[in-house]
Design a protein around this ligand. Structure first.
Ligand code: LLP
Length: 429
């Protein structure tokens, strides 16, 4: 057993810090939030959201780049509304996400629509809203989109999502730019697909798109993809197909442990350097960052229910579970864990697990903690792919979400009730 280290700084989280030995979100003590609103509870910082988008906006300066927030990372209306207010566009992947953008006051002319399986009703809704561009992922989709647009007397603007076959060097589940992935059109088939697109009456070709993966901690895969995309733009130009924008997708990583991901500025500087060198300094760019805008703007609070000192292991059983934060179970992802009110004393090594009936239901393994029943813990870096991947498994109501703003806080999603969990179901007559 070792002695508990008292609250080192939360490295990736500048807007969450200890004051008077209590973890705060901005200037709101998180133990107070947990007491008032219960746990599990997602807490986001408004300042952190703004700062993350600000890093992109400052890096962009007056270069022609549109940031379309990859909203699958966190689609709470308040988060979307804040980004819309600050000038961001959105990368959507479903009719549901489009509805959220519109409800939050987002500007459809800054929306790109990605995804491998768009249905006709989703295409119709997006054409109706007049989104900026469809990122089309197959030839079948080109035909469907053209038909839908034509039926509405419109033309849909399209980019083809090409698969540049580069290794993003990230977890296989979140790597998307390899030949074996289901995403996009193989880069060698792209010229033919563009020829088809250019000939379809309901379509207008405007861009080239790719997204190679998520949680990238190195710029080189982006640059490898970029070179291949520029080659394609050259080929298309020679075939008389002009391109207005290049969409490089999302994927910039964040710090969960000791990663040092590249900054938006480092990425953009290198991208523009390559573009200029190849004679495309004027091309407009679209980026679709998700995780890097929200991941370290949020924590998940959870309360210790029981401590179990079993033969092989110590377990801290908490009230959050894999249904609330799936990333550890699904990707063996590592999330930092801190006591909201750290104790001093002897630490023990714990597996922090939830109440769900699966051995895979764990949130953190092998952590040195000084904890007692009733202590509130914060899982770090939970702002991205936390709540959006939550489910009702084991008939557990999903958590509430709250945004702190200076000394104030706003509940931006009520905790689900048991009635919510059963809504829409019925027994047989
Ligand atoms: N654009 C497209 C087309 C995407 O598929 C994604 C994410 C993004 C943008 C945003 O990527 P980001 O900047 O967040 O890396 N659930 C996984 C991550 C899945 C990412 C899926 N696509 C996780 O929890 O790590």
């Amino acid at each position: 057993m070792s002695v508990c280290a008292i609250h080192a700084e939360m490295i990736g989280h500048p807007h969450f810090h200890y004051r008077d030995d209590v973890l705060h979100g901005e200037v709101v003590p998180l133990d107070k939030l947990a007491a008032e609103l219960g746990t599990p509870l997602y807490v986001y910082s408004r300042a952190a959201l703004g700062a993350a988008l600000g890093r992109y906006q400052q890096a962009i300066g007056d270069r022609p780049v549109l940031v379309c927030y990859g909203m699958k990372a966190n689609s709470n209306l308040a988060v979307l509304g804040e980004f819309a207010r600050l000038g961001a566009g959105f990368d959507i992947v479903s009719g549901g996400e489009l509805a959220r953008v519109l409800a939050a006051g987002g500007d459809p002319s800054k929306v790109v629509f990605s995804g491998v399986g768009k249905q006709a009703w989703e295409m119709r809704a997006a054409i109706e809203a007049d989104v900026k561009c469809f990122n089309v992922e197959s030839q079948d989709e080109l035909y469907r989109l053209s038909d839908v647009a034509q039926g509405m007397g419109r033309r849909a603007r399209v980019s083809l999502r090409v698969n540049p076959d580069v290794d993003a060097q990230t977890h296989p589940y979140i790597s998307t730019g390899l030949k074996e992935n289901k995403f996009g059109i193989a880069i060698e088939d792209a010229p033919e697909a563009y020829r088809v697109a250019a000939g379809l009456p309901g379509l207008e070709v405007v861009g080239v798109d790719c997204h190679i993966g998520s949680q990238l901690t190195d710029i080189s895969p982006y640059l490898d993809a970029l070179e291949k995309l520029i080659d394609l733009v050259d080929t298309l130009k020679a075939a008389g197909i002009a391109i207005e924008h290049l969409d490089l997708g999302g994927g910039l990583g964040i710090r969960y442990t000791d990663e040092v991901p590249p900054s938006p500025k480092a990425l953009l500087d290198q991208v523009f350097e390559r573009l200029a060198a190849r004679g495309y300094g004027h091309l407009h760019l679209v980026l679709e960052p998700g995780r890097s805008l929200v991941g370290n703007a949020g924590v998940l609070l959870t309360t210790v229910q029981f401590l179990k000192h079993a033969q092989a292991r110590n377990f801290a059983i908490v009230d959050a579970a894999m249904n609330d934060l799936l990333r550890p179970s699904l990707y063996t992802a590592w999330h930092g864990l801190r006591a909201v009110r750290p104790r001093s004393g002897e630490a023990r090594t714990y597996d922090v697990v939830g109440p769900i009936c699966e051995s895979g239901d764990w949130l953190a393994k092998g952590r040195e903690l000084c904890v007692q029943q009733g202590d509130v813990l914060a899982l770090e870096s939970a702002g991205a792919y936390g709540m959006t991947m939550a489910s009702n498994y084991n008939s557990r109501p999903r958590p509430a979400e709250v945004i702190v703003d200076g000394g104030k806080y706003y509940v931006v999603r009520q905790r689900e009730s048991i009635a919510d969990v059963m809504r829409g179901e019925s027994t047989l007559p």
